[in-house]
Unconditional design. Structure first.
Length: 85
């Protein structure tokens, strides 16, 4: 039986996925902030797993990175580091 993810799990998962996608694209948090139109501090706090983004920000980040919101929310598989996109 799978346990329900906690707020901390969600924050860390989103942050890890964003960080991986930024690395894959060779983008900085600054560039993502420019692309989304959000403050760099906001992007930084989400990417570091400190804050959970609201639905609007999650969608803007997904759109800018060329993935779905589900991709950002998906827990990494044990044998895989790569997420689609």
């Amino acid at each position: 039986m799978k346990s329900k993810p906690t707020n901390t799990d969600v924050r860390k998962t989103i942050g890890r996925n964003i960080t991986q996608l930024l690395a894959d694209r060779q983008w900085s948090q600054h560039r993502l902030a420019q692309e989304t139109g959000d403050p760099e501090m906001t992007i930084s706090r989400v990417a570091r797993g400190i804050n959970v983004p609201g639905a609007g920000l999650l969608l803007r980040i997904a759109d800018c990175l060329g993935v779905t919101t589900d991709d950002l929310l998906r827990r990494p598989q044990k044998n895989s580091r790569k997420i689609s996109g």
